[in-house]
Design a protein around this ligand. Structure first.
Ligand SMILES: NC(=O)c1ccc[n+]([C@@H]2O[C@H](COP(=O)([O-])OP(=O)(O)OC[C@H]3O[C@@H](n4cnc5c(N)ncnc54)[C@H](O)[C@@H]3O)[C@@H](O)[C@H]2O)c1
Ligand SMILES: N[C@@H](CCC=O)C(=O)O
Length: 573
């Protein structure tokens, strides 16, 4: 006899991907808390959460089929996630998945799929809506503390990431999914009912997530899961603390076991196991271009060698070499402050960060003096280091993420010191005595196609080129052709003709193009985010478009008429 639960599941079957309810209320962006003034309740709550995470390191397990597996079980190894502002402080001991663990995570995803995708949309949606509420209320301070300490963010940068952007992703995805499901064939002949069923992909989704945004990790797992897919999640080794906390919030919100399987570990090993499975059906990736290219090639190879059942969907957002172009008509003080924020907030570790600047010769001295003067008000590296370790939550800049990144940036700065085409005009210091600190650094180049104008450094390094005022069209062409990327860029001008020229000539240079604003800080549902060329597949996180990548539509035609003859009217004899 069928159990009551099975009967309910069966009856739900038909409503899972076709009918749905509208979200409960008007969905809007989560407001950013300002954290102004030191002695507020918000600060007290935040300090308490920070102390909690600093007082003892957390053991982060694998989570497979809802079960926690810790590194001391079965002789698994583990790695440490440390505080980038104080690298001797271990925040988390993270269990490292073995090949067997990854296999189990895949099996768990396959097993959980059947019940998850048959759940009505409103049940799946409720999990993400509740998670968004938990993030913005009960877990706000823990989420902030885990992201600030683990990923080196100040409170503002953490707030716009793991609170507002993350809850916006979860809530707006519900609205977008609801709208998508409502989109149905617009014609049905008399006696016919045509329907579109938005099936999840047939296999499982592999989410590979970056260190720099907790919100992006949330969207990489959340978008496919909302559409009824199940996910194997390989988090960044440098973001396991916040990412594990996020998973526990989703569980508290009702995410069934096995829907998201959390397997931190060696990226190459984990990925090898996942890409070898016949039912691998999509990669949802954000990270560097080099890694994405590698995975893209591996997947294509798998297709060619008949490894997979489907053509796996490949959705990836990757690197950038984002530009600010300043026209002589621009408001220079505004362009300076926008550039400072775009290039240096969160230490330039946003994919969208400004990393090349083009200024007209006539405004160069004014611009660069103003920039240097304003940069000098940012606390020097060492002071900043000791304060952040002691809890300077108010500072504008913090550490870069890890030793590998620090070493790469130090090498870049040293290279700049000896290159005759480069001149360091601000900064150029770095200090790893306590944390991974790199001073905001501005480098002037005489060569607009120098590799410093085309290579992503992913740190607080800005390269500047002065162009002749009368070569505005030409500089647009140079900007367009200097890099392989096409992520973000800005034009600063008051002259409408200049804005129009830039708009046209830089059409494919950026997937997010800004007029008189910095090229970072895209907000879910406001600036759909992503770039083309080698910056990614441009499926636009924060828009409805991305959800369509995680469904495989089935068209159903139901006929109400019964045939009485095989002939058509034209078949008369
Ligand atoms: N375009 C966007 O939306 C966007 C957003 C955030 C970050 N990014 C990009 O991400 C990069 C910074 O993030 P990161 O340092 O975490 O990037 P990364 O490429 O080093 O790592 C991203 C993820 O890939 C995994 N990984 C690394 N090597 C791998 C391999 N060989 N095989 C399989 N997986 C592998 C990592 O463990 C991590 O989970 C920058 O290039 C930045 O521009 C892009
Ligand atoms: N929403 C972010 C995405 C940054 C990626 O790292 C921005 O536009 O700054």
């Amino acid at each position: 006899m069928l159990s009551r639960l099975s009967l309910i599941r069966q009856s739900r079957r038909t409503v899972a991907q076709i009918s749905h309810l509208k979200p409960p209320k008007q969905i809007t962006n989560e407001p950013v808390k300002a954290f102004a003034g030191k002695d507020t309740v918000e600060w007290d709550l935040l300090r308490a959460s920070i102390s909690k995470f600093k007082s003892a390191s957390l053991d982060v397990p694998l989570v497979i089929d809802g079960k926690r597996i810790y590194y001391n079980e079965g002789g698994r190894s583990h790695f440490k996630q440390t505080n980038p502002a104080h690298h001797s402080q271990v925040l988390a001991n993270v269990t490292q998945a073995t090949r067997e663990d990854v296999k189990k995570a895949i099996e768990s995803s396959k097993k959980a799929k059947n019940d998850w995708y048959k759940m009505p949309f409103y049940d799946r949606a409720a999990v993400f809506l509740k998670a968004a509420d938990l993030i913005s209320t009960k877990y706000r301070y823990d989420m902030l503390a885990a992201t600030m300490l683990g990923q080196g963010k100040n409170v503002y940068q953490a707030e716009i990431d793991c609170i507002t952007e993350l809850s916006d992703f979860f809530r707006f995805n519900v609205k977008y999914a609801s709208d998508l499901y409502a989109e149905q064939p617009c014609e049905s002949s008399p006696g016919v009912w045509n329907r579109a069923e938005y099936r999840p992909l047939e296999g499982f989704v592999y989410a590979v997530t970056p260190f720099n945004f907790t919100a992006i990790a949330g969207n990489l797992i959340g978008a496919p899961a909302l559409m009824g897919n199940t996910v194997v999640w390989k988090p960044s080794q440098a973001a396991c603390l916040s990412n594990y906390l996020l998973l526990t919030v989703l569980e508290e919100a009702g995410l069934p076991k096995g829907v998201v399987n959390f397997v931190p570990g060696n990226p190459v090993e984990v990925t090898k196991e996942v890409l070898a499975d016949k039912e691998f059906s999509a990669l949802h990736f954000t990270g560097s271009t080099a890694v994405f290219k590698q995975l893209y090639g591996d997947i294509q190879q798998g297709v060619v060698s008949n490894l997979y059942r489907d053509y796996p969907r490949i959705v990836g957002e990757t690197g950038g070499k984002n530009f600010h172009l300043v026209h002589p008509s621009a408001n220079i003080p505004h362009a300076v402050l926008s550039t400072l924020r775009g290039a240096f907030e969160f230490q330039g570790q946003k994919c969208s960060a400004t990393s090349r600047l083009y200024i007209p010769e006539s405004k160069s001295a004014e611009f660069l003096n103003d920039l240097a003067g304003t940069l000098s008000s940012i606390k020097p590296v060492n002071t900043s280091a000791s304060k952040i370790n002691g809890g300077d939550l108010h500072g504008f800049m913090g550490p870069v993420i890890h030793e590998q990144s620090f070493n790469k940036l130090a090498k870049v700065i040293e290279e700049a010191k000896s290159d005759p085409e480069l001149e360091i005009i601000y900064g150029g210091n770095y200090d790893k005595s306590q944390g991974w600190f790199v001073e905001p650094t501005v480098i002037k180049t005489t060569n607009p196609t120098h590799k410093f104008m085309s290579t992503e450094f992913f740190g607080p390094v800005l390269t500047v080129y002065e162009y002749p005022d009368n070569e505005f069209d030409k500089i647009c062409e140079i900007i367009d052709t200097t890099t392989e990327y096409g992520l973000t860029g800005s034009i600063f001008a008051r002259d409408r003709d200049a804005i129009n020229v830039a708009d046209e000539k830089l059409k494919y240079s950026a997937g997010n193009f800004y007029v008189n604003d910095k090229c970072t800080g895209a907000v879910v549902a406001q600036q759909w985010f992503g770039g083309a060329r080698m910056s990614g597949t441009n499926d636009k996180a924060g828009s409805s478009n991305i959800l369509s990548r995680f469904v495989s539509i089935r068209n159903i035609k139901e006929n109400f008429y019964e045939l009485t003859d095989y002939k058509y009217p034209s078949n008369y004899e």
